[in-house]
Design a protein around this ligand. Structure first.
Ligand code: P1T
Length: 387
């Protein structure tokens, strides 16, 4: 089957396993080799084999990953970076100039907020936080003529708010801006923002795409070929690319994304049910709960509700910290989306960089990345940790 057919006709799991790579013509290797090479022999000056010149500009292992992630997101072209933040920075530099403006989530990942607040701002790109779940508030935050990007996470990190991608795309496009969706929490298995009108998808592939907590990476996927050309130029010019070893790991992760996500979702549903009935839990935050304010939108645009669960602990910060400390099967660590369950305190850890700003997260909040272990062990661990 040709690459084009994989993109247009096959199911998700078939694309995850085959898209982006044909068995190697010389050896028949069914898995993309790790091309640990910085440069490529030319057949006479400018005689490039397969277009490869230098590994910042292109590397076959990276090409395989970029093709796979583009196929999974149903985009035209994918780009792999050294981290999620490297992908984000490259996108901002591609699309914004000094004096431009970006609307960002008012509960974005702390590192994304820091990138806009401490780095992009210095170069003249301004930003305004707005709640992604409130389309009118996002519209009001747009500065006509100045706003180039409407940037959303859905679900957001760590409060799991939901943005209506179709409605937000319309708002962004009315203002002549692009809609950027950070799809890290949902993964392309549960949600394909480009099919709902978004222009760019951002990933921290460190998370569900890689899926095994053994690599840091990022990706962009776009559906417009002109924008793709501009991103490609900036990817090469800035140079924050994914190396071949990292590309290999992320692509290997993508092959099992679907089965992992189903198990993450199954386990998260059981964890939510358990927490909702626990006396020491003040509030469970999960878009799959009917009382979650974004439930209806999430049900429309996601196939399931994901493996991330946040909850507020009765008794405040001190108790939330104690729960994090006592957990054993849930490892106390930043990051998410790997096969192992993680627990963290966003206020002190992943979102410490938003302390004292409008984006500050509640001090009694605990975030779980529910892994794919035997679920009864996860429930017993939480029971013990909650005391
Ligand atoms: O860590 P990096 O690969 O650079 O990706 C940044 C990033 C971007 N977008 C979202 C939604 C993210 O969650 C992250 C990284 N987040 C964590 C490390 C965390 O523990 O939340």
């Amino acid at each position: 089957m040709s690459e084009q057919q994989h993109r247009s006709k096959s199911g998700f799991m078939t694309r995850a396993i085959h898209a982006g790579y044909e068995p190697d013509p010389t050896t028949g290797a069914v898995i993309p080799p790790i091309f640990a090479t910085s440069t490529y022999k030319q057949d006479g000056v400018g005689g490039l084999r397969g277009g490869y010149e230098y590994s910042r500009s292109g590397n076959p292992t990276r090409t395989a990953l970029e093709g796979a992630i583009a196929a999974l997101e149903e985009g035209e072209r994918g780009f792999a970076f050294a981290s999620g933040l490297a992908a984000e920075d490259t996108l901002v530099r591609t699309t914004c100039r000094p004096g431009d403006h970006v609307v960002i989530p008012d509960d974005a990942y702390g590192g994304t907020f820091r990138l806009f607040d401490k780095v992009e701002k210095v170069w003249g790109v301004e930003h305004s936080p707005a709640p992604v779940s409130d389309v009118d508030a996002v519209r009001a935050a747009i500065r006509p003529g100045q706003t180039k990007l409407v940037w959303v996470e859905t679900p957001t990190n760590p409060l799991l708010n939901i943005g209506d991608i179709e409605a937000l795309a319309a708002v962004a496009h009315d203002a002549g801006a692009l809609l950027v969706v950070d799809n890290t929490f949902a993964s392309p298995y549960l949600q394909q923002p480009l099919t709902l009108g978004a222009d760019v998808v951002v990933h921290s592939t460190t998370k569900y795409c890689g899926g095994h907590s053994d690599v840091v990476g990022g990706a962009l996927v776009v559906r417009d070929l002109d924008l793709a050309e501009r991103v490609a130029f900036h990817q090469n010019s800035i140079g924050a690319v994914a190396g071949p070893f990292d590309s290999f790991l992320v692509q290997r992760g993508l092959k099992t994304l679907g089965i992992r996500m189903d198990r993450h979702c199954d386990n998260a549903e059981r964890v939510v049910e358990f927490l909702a009935g626990h006396a020491k839990v003040a509030q469970v935050i999960y878009p799959g709960l009917p009382e979650h304010p974004g439930h209806a939108v999430a049900a429309r645009q996601m196939s399931r509700f994901g493996g991330m669960v946040s909850f507020r602990v009765a008794g405040g910060e001190e108790h939330a910290l104690a729960v994090c400390d006592r957990a054993e099967v849930f490892t106390l660590a930043e990051s998410l989306g790997g096969i192992e369950s993680l627990i963290e305190h966003p206020g002190r850890m992943t979102h410490a960089s938003v302390a004292g700003t409008d984006l500050e997260v509640p001090a009694d909040l605990v975030r779980l990345s529910v892994g794919i272990e035997t679920v009864d062990d996860l429930l017993a661990d939480l029971d013990r940790a909650l005391g």
